[in-house]
Design a protein around this ligand. Structure first.
Ligand SMILES: *[C@@H]1O[C@H](CO)[C@@H](O)[C@H](O)[C@H]1NC(C)=O
Ligand SMILES: *[C@@H]1O[C@H](CO)[C@@H](O)[C@H](O)[C@H]1NC(C)=O
Ligand SMILES: *[C@@H]1O[C@H](CO)[C@@H](O)[C@H](O)[C@H]1NC(C)=O
Ligand SMILES: *[C@@H]1O[C@H](CO)[C@@H](O)[C@H](O)[C@H]1NC(C)=O
Ligand SMILES: [Zn+2]
Length: 958
């Protein structure tokens, strides 16, 4: 999974199809928020808690966030009974009992086991019972709950003996709350009846909220689950269930479902669900049982069919890729109405947001479909990498998530070979995270174990560096050692460490073995090369002088004035695999191992050009001497197809980023977009659109807005006509996946820049739908941009209609598109009303609140309204919304993208002060935002005039 970042990826995916889509650079789970959570924990009453510690006193074992190494769990027997109706206090709860069998490793008279927000039954005044087979266990001395570190603490009168096995039994009650963590509840309506689902999200540290457990990934054990649930519901867990039996408890007829013991596994991968969902599945006799679960209506409508059709092939792909068979007997995947992340790779029972698993042809777009394919692929990749072999501690999360993200594109490519998925990783993961990693506030992929202790610190690791930069550097590695060698190393790694845990060095070791065996020549070992990319933050800009052959590298920083005050043991130098092609030639390779070097192969003939970082497989940017830049522009203008399509996108992205960093002129970057009036491919257009979006953010409230629109209009008009012809006057869907994407760009850019007949087209389609709400014949791919443009051009009638459709939507991806489009209105009062709706969970689900704010903030009219609204209501928001449901960090980041004036900077500082007064140092999330605002101010001052001059030179005579 999981965490805040995966949420934001959904936002990014929506933006791809959105008209005003900007790049989602989102800070993971917010520090602010995390702080709030730990405050709550401290406020919880502790049962019988003579916690003798003071902040300055000596630390007791229960003051440490890591478990001592004295005990090792073997097996748990857990019985849980969620109540799907509220009790007399109006609370939803679950009751349970659990027994853990553990081995004593070193002598100790103390048992520490994680437990959070559980109320325990007392036995003879103690919160647990200890026993052992064939002997008498030590008696209990004192038990209490240590809330800050989330332990159940048990002091004994006599020590436990090394090598002996003990059983700890507890009975407890917990709240089945709607906070999306631990054992929680999700709600939805079906045929006007409210339905409750009991489900789980354990990663990273919430298994302890469902039952007491040694809640660290290395504490693997076998789990025997039993769920007691109402008649008419079904219970699911990681393994296959035995036949359910009817039981009667206090006169109530219930079902008891037990499950086969799990494989040896980590607590964060456990899952259990009680619901009345339906499923579709494969023939149970045909090998691994594959089932897709969802709301009955969704299954009836066939929304699970696509996932079912693709799961088998993707599993087969990974079995082949890892050369290792699927480790379990079954694979359940379930779509939940409320889910904090995109999906979670629970072993054998993967949980998803509905939009990440369900697909409805004719209603969902091809972007939705791609999202489903890649998320399924990501989660299935974890069944081996992550689940069978698990990181020893969370500091290696980047390897787990970066890996799954990288190979998700390979699995999706196998499932959908016509989609160019291996190219799309560049747009979906790499260029975005390069922007994040080019900040002086970035951080290395790899963290030290001792720096990641508290749940909040763990949660913060779920960010775009972990997922996307992790994926990017592994893709680079796989490219320079070759995909075959990479997968051979994976195979022996999985074989050696199955059911065990590892650190990243274990993977390097196995890849090195495969490299040596295959005789791949590298300048250093895999570990030595990769340390440069994982142990220091950032990446280099490689500068090539095609006249002299001189080649240099330098730490690339987007803000030219930023100061890096974190030293690096490698002085911010990298071992860079440089690749390039020259005029008509094939790929060449070379390792840049120092800050500076000369390679005469880089010298160009009189009229040749050179483009480096072929297909953007390396995680670096490239700058050239002026001559080569000019030759690239000339080549793009004359015959852009001579340069590979990924590199056309890369040239644009590199140029804009170099300009932002003040390394080249902004006008030089803009000149990289002049060839676009002949370009019809998606990747170059998409990078241009995202980069130009920054210009709009900076100037869409200034007099430059008109000239910018005129330039876009000039460039996009041919593309609009191209798609009009390709689709036979908008009656056909383009065949190619990426053409379907670029058609959206064509329409959204054409409509927003005022190309003739675009607005009429989109408003007309929408009007047709309004006239007959039962029939929506708008092309599914275009819905997002059509809704947005029609609502922007319309008024209350359009908005209210869309709101009605949103409320009645039974398909999550449809609801998501409408939710986004509602933010496009130009009417301030409608936007303000929409903001109010955000605080009403009956109107906007808690899981969706963060994006809704951000969407509204993307709209130039909505931005100041949303900013005021958040400042007025932030305390309320923090108090009302539990962890994992909202991220103040990403909201603040999203709402301040346009900030570029002294006045806005001051507002931000003021808000920071206000927040600091209550939450202390957690206000650190403001630092990058303040930094960005300062950088924007400087950028605007420097670039307004040249931009204005350039634009008038381009559009004069129009
Ligand atoms: C757990 O339950 C299984 C069967 O349900 C039983 O065989 C086993 O002894 C139990 N283990 C513990 C630790 O109670
Ligand atoms: C359990 O009870 C339900 C409802 O009373 C009944 O339909 C079902 O057949 C029973 N199952 C078994 C295994 O007895
Ligand atoms: C897990 O791996 C370690 C080496 O890292 C090894 O010593 C240990 O025996 C392994 N455990 C199992 C259960 O395979
Ligand atoms: C670059 O990517 C294209 C697909 O866009 C592929 O056909 C080509 O082989 C790749 N080139 C290299 C050198 O890997
Ligand atoms: Zn993952």
């Amino acid at each position: 999974m999981a965490g805040g970042f995966y949420i934001s990826k959904t936002v990014a995916a929506v933006c791809l199809v959105g008209a005003a889509g900007a790049l989602a650079v989102i800070i993971g789970l917010s520090v602010l928020y995390a702080q709030e959570k730990s405050k709550n924990v401290e406020l919880l009453p502790t049962t019988a808690g003579p916690s003798t510690t003071t902040p300055s006193g000596p630390k007791e074992p229960w003051d440490y966030y890591r478990l001592p190494k004295t005990l090792s769990p073997v097996r748990y027997n857990i019985t849980l009974r969620p109540r799907l109706t509220p009790n007399t206090d109006g609370l939803y709860v679950f009751t349970g009992h659990s027994q853990v069998l553990f081995r004593c490793v070193t002598e100790t008279d103390l048992i520490l086991i994680h437990a959070n927000k559980l109320d325990f039954t007392k036995f003879d005044g103690f919160l647990a019972k200890l026993s052992m087979d064939g002997d008498t266990a030590p008696t209990l001395k004192k038990t209490w709950l240590e809330a800050p570190t989330q332990y159940l603490v048990i002091q004994l009168n006599k020590p436990l003996q090394p090598g002996k096995f003990y059983k700890l039994y507890t009975e407890f009650v917990g709240e089945l709350s709607d906070d999306l963590g631990g054992f929680y509840r999700s709600e939805y309506f079906e045929d006007n009846v409210k339905k409750i689902v009991a489900t789980t999200q354990m990663q990273p540290t919430d298994a302890r909220k469902a039952f007491p457990c040694f809640d660290e990934p290395a504490m693997k054990a076998v789990f025997h689950m039993t769920l007691i649930h109402p008649q008419g519901t079904v219970a699911l867990s990681n393994s296959i269930n035995y036949d359910p039996v009817n039981i009667t408890v206090n006169g109530e007829s219930l079902i008891e479902t037990s499950f086969e013991p799990t494989e040896i596994m980590s607590t964060y991968l456990l899952a259990f669900v009680v619901c009345d969902f339906a499923y579709i599945g494969t023939n149970p006799d045909a090998g691994v049982l594959i089932r897709i679960w969802a709301r009955r209506k969704a299954i009836e409508e066939g929304q699970g069919n696509y996932a079912l059709a693709k799961t088998g092939p993707i599993l087969a792909f990974f079995e082949n890729y890892y050369n290792s068979s699927y480790p379990l007997k079954k694979s359940d995947q379930i779509a939940l109405p409320d889910f904090s992340a995109g999906a979670m790779e629970n072993w054998g029972l993967i949980t998803y947001r509905e939009t990440a698993l369900l697909y409805n042809p004719g209603v969902s777009s091809n972007g939705d479909k791609e999202w489903v394919a890649t998320v399924i692929s990501h989660e299935l990749a974890h069944m081996w990498f992550g689940n069978l072999v698990t990181m020893r501690w969370w500091n290696d999360l980047w390897l787990n998530e970066g890996f799954a993200t990288y190979v998700s594109y390979l699995g999706a490519d196998y499932a959908e070979p016509d989609w160019n998925m291996k190219d799309l990783i560049v747009l979906n993961e790499i260029v975005g995270v390069m922007r994040v990693d080019a900040s002086a506030y970035s951080h290395p992929l790899s963290s030290k174990e001792e720096e990641v202790l508290k749940p909040d610190q763990i949660n913060q690791l779920f960010d775009s560096i972990t997922y996307s930069k992790g994926a990017a550097v592994l893709r680079m590695l796989s490219d320079f050692i070759t995909e075959t060698v990479f997968s051979k190393g994976l195979h022996t790694y999985l074989e050696e460490f199955a059911y065990n845990t590892t650190s990243y060095k274990d993977l390097w070791k196995h890849l090195q073995m495969a490299v040596d065996k295959a005789g791949v020549a590298l300048p250093h070992s895999v570990e030595v090369i990769m340390n440069r990319w994982t142990l220091q933050m950032g990446f280099p800009v490689v500068t090539i002088n095609t006249q002299t052959g001189k080649i240099t590298q330098e730490h690339f920083l987007l803000d030219p004035d930023s100061v890096v005050d974190t030293p690096s043991q490698f002085n911010y130098e990298w071992f860079v695999p440089v690749t390039w092609i020259k005029t008509g030639g094939s790929e060449q390779q070379y390792w840049l191992l120092n800050k500076e070097d000369t390679n005469t192969d880089l010298v160009l003939g009189a009229s040749d050009w050179l483009v480096a970082n072929v297909n953007m497989t390396g995680f670096y940017r490239v700058n050239y001497d002026e001559t080569n830049w000019e030759r690239l522009i000339a080549r793009l203008t004359l015959n852009h197809q001579e340069i590979p399509v990924i590199n056309r996108a890369q040239i644009i992205d590199d140029a804009f980023n170099l300009a932002k960093a003040n390394i080249i002129e902004t006008t030089l970057a803009l000149r990289m977009t002049t060839f676009l009036n002949k370009e019809v491919e998606y990747m170059p257009w998409e990078t241009a659109r995202r980069n130009l979006n920054y210009f709009f953010l900076m100037f869409d409230r200034s007099e430059l807005y008109g000239p910018m629109q005129a330039y876009i209009k000039k460039q996009v008009t041919p593309l609009f006509h191209y798609f009009r012809d390709l689709t036979e006057n908008w009656t056909k869907i383009p065949e190619k996946h990426t053409d379907q994407y670029n058609q959206i760009n064509a329409i959204s850019l054409a409509c927003s820049s005022g190309v003739e007949s675009c607005r009429e087209l989109t408003s007309g389609w929408f009007k047709e739908w309004m006239n007959n709400p039962a029939v929506n014949s708008i092309d599914a791919n275009l819905k997002s941009t059509v809704y947005c443009n029609a609502i922007a051009a319309g008024g209350k009638a359009q908005w209210d209609f869309a709101w009605e459709m949103y409320k009645n939507a039974t398909i999550a991806s449809e609801a998501e598109k409408l939710m986004y489009a509602l933010s496009c209105t130009q009417e301030p009062w409608l936007l303000n009303r929409y903001l109010q709706y955000c605080l009403d969970p009956e109107k906007i689900r808690k899981q969706d609140v963060s994006y809704t704010f951000i969407y509204i903030g993307r709209n130039p009219v909505g931005q100041p309204l949303a900013w005021d609204f958040i400042r007025a209501n932030w305390l309320y928001i923090l108090n009302e919304y539990g962890r994992g449901t909202i991220s103040i960090g990403s909201i603040i980041n999203g709402l301040t993208e346009r900030f570029s004036t002294e006045y806005e900077y001051k507002q931000l500082e003021l808000f920071k002060k206000e927040v600091e007064a209550i939450l202390g140092s957690a206000a650190g999330i403001f630092d990058p935002v303040l930094e960005r605002t300062k950088a924007n101010m400087k950028w605007v001052a420097l670039n307004k005039k040249p931009l204005s001059d350039w634009l008038s030179s381009q559009t004069s005579g129009m």
